[in-house]
Each structure stands twice: as structure tokens, then as C-alpha cells.
Write a protein that binds this ligand. Structure first.
Ligand SMILES: [Zn+2]
Length: 288
């Protein structure tokens, strides 16, 4: 998770002078920040900002497959074409793999990179009311899509989208305007992110064992942990066939090379998460 990566990078880089910077992206291939101190590394939603002396910020984003590794400075930088950025000091080297965004900009203009973001669920300036306002603004928009839109609130990825909607009993395609208690939905998302921010993996069930960490995410074709119905998946290359047995392809195509499902795939339980409440006044199934 980005919050954790920022904390680890901050611990390794902040307060130390860069002995090497190696930007392996064409636009910044000649940029050299060696000799400058790193002041802080922070996260804003899923974006990482490393503030460097001289009023410069390195902005990166993991996108689909990115990751950071921190190694002792004494080791060699691995020969690996997936490395997009190397930042090193006398003690540590930080290696950014397959970063979706790598750019350098004036610190005073960080808003160019992150100014569009809604309230940051893990930020020091988290504003629940503003997040709810933004999320609810477009009443016709499917709630799953609205939750992923980082302009509404920053930090929710596909896993948390799927899990939060399951836990609240809300079908992912329900229009935002029909979702009861948006503040509770937002607060649950914040609690799940906060509970996982120090972890490598992500657990929403409270059970940190392989195959048991999530309710619906990554579980297409498997039985719902609450009702036993088969979890469905929909997204690019997958045709949802509600009421029928999931095809082998439906399950197989949800795991990428990394073992992580495609970020655009939606997972849900058709029974626990109806498209709309059966009887509007008869209680929200997600209140339990
Ligand atoms: Zn279910």
C-alpha cells in the first residue's frame, strides 16, 4: 500500500543527502539530484511525493504493477529493466519498479500532480464530510465507479471498493443517489484502509490466512462466505452471467501474472449485494 511505502521511503531517505539519482524514464533521463537532501516522502492518496532540497518534488505513482524496494547502499543495483527510478544515499538505495508515473516538478507546483484529489482517507487532513459530499454529487453514477474516482476521495483501490460494498450490502452498479448512509460507507472504507496501512497484504475479513483475507475480491466462482452464493466477477474480457455456473474462463481470467486480479474487474455477491433494495423501507442488509 502506498501509505506504507511512503513511510518506509521516508525512513530510508528523509534527512539524508542523495548520493545518486537515476531516472530511467526518457523525460527525466538527464535529471540529477545527487548532492541534495531529501526532506520528506509523503503519500497523497495513491500518489507518492518525495520532497528534495532546492524546491524540487519527485512525483511517482505505482499504477497497476509498481512497487518499491529498499536495499542497503552497499549492494549493487540489480540489472533489471523494470527499474524506473533509483534514489540512493550513503546508507540505502530505493528502487522503484514498474512505476506508472515518474516526474520531477517544483514543490510549489505539487498541486499539478495531486491537486485534483479528494480528501485522503489516510491523510492528516482527512475530511469525511467533504468526501461524502463529493461522492454523492453525481447521483446517477454507479457507486463502485464513484468510490474508485480519486477526485471524490483518495486512496480506495479495487480491493477496498469490492470489500466495502460487500460489507454494506450494496450492489456495485447501484446509483450513488440510491445508496443509504453514504457517511457509513465512507467511514467503513477509512477504517479498513487504516487497519491495513501497516501490512504488506490486505485483510478485510479479520482472518490473515491465505485464501481467507477477503470477502469477495479475487474470489470469482467461489461461495460467498455469508450466504454460499457464487461470487461473480465482471470486467474486461469477462461476461457476467448471473444465475448460471461461472465459466472456467471467468475464474481463470481474474488472476494476472502477479496473481492479482485485473484492477478493472468488479467482484460481488449477487445475493448479499442486490442491485437495489427489495423494499426500500425494510432495512438495509448492510447494517449488520
Ligand atoms: Zn452472499
Amino acid at each position: 500500500m502506498v501509505w506504507r511505502a511512503a513511510r518506509q521511503l521516508d525512513a530510508a531517505l528523509a534527512g539524508r543527502v542523495l548520493t545518486r539519482s537515476d531516472f530511467r524514464v526518457p523525460r527525466f533521463a538527464t535529471t540529477n539530484l545527487a548532492g541534495r537532501p531529501v526532506q520528506a516522502v509523503i503519500s497523497r492518496g495513491k500518489h507518492l511525493l518525495a520532497r528534495v532540497g532546492g524546491g524540487v518534488t519527485i512525483h511517482t505513482h505505482l499504477r497497476m504493477d509498481g512497487s518499491w524496494r529498499i536495499r542497503p547502499a552497499a549492494g549493487f543495483v540489480p540489472r533489471d529493466h523494470r527499474i524506473r527510478l533509483v534514489l540512493a544515499n550513503a546508507d540505502w538505495q530505493a528502487l522503484g519498479y514498474l512505476l506508472g508515473v515518474v516526474e520531477v516538478l517544483p514543490t510549489a507546483q505539487e498541486s499539478r500532480a495531486v491537486g485534483h484529489l479528494g480528501p485522503d482517507l489516510l491523510g492528516p487532513d482527512w475530511d469525511a464530510a467533504e468526501a461524502v459530499r463529493r461522492l454523492g454529487a453525481d447521483t446517477d453514477r454507479p457507486v463502485g465507479e464513484a468510490l474508485l474516482d480519486q477526485r471524490n476521495l483518495a486512496g480506495i483501490g479495487n480491493l477496498y471498493k469490492a470489500e466495502v460494498l460487500f460489507l454494506r450490502g450494496i450492489g456495485p452498479w447501484r446509483p450513488v443517489g440510491s445508496v443509504p448512509d453514504l457517511p457509513a460507507l465512507v467511514e467503513l472504507a477509512r477504517r479498513l484502509l487504516d487497519a491495513n496501512k501497516e501490512r504488506t497484504g490486505q485483510v478485510t475479513t479479520g482472518v490473515d490466512r491465505p485464501g481467507e483475507q477477503t470477502w469477495v475480491y479475487g474470489r470469482a466462482g467461489r461461495p460467498c462466505r455469508r450466504c454460499g452464493a457464487r461470487i461473480l466477477a465482471a470486467g474486461p474480457g469477462i461476461r457476467p452471467r448471473a444465475g448460471s455456473e461461472p465459466s472456467p474462463r471467468m475464474t481463470a481470467s481474474t488472476g494476472g501474472r502477479t496473481g492479482q486480479p485485473d484492477e478493472r474487474i468488479t467482484f460481488w455477491c449477487p445475493h448479499c449485494q442486490p442491485p437495489a433494495p427489495a423494499t426500500p423501507a425494510a432495512g438495509d442488509p448492510g447494517t449488520g
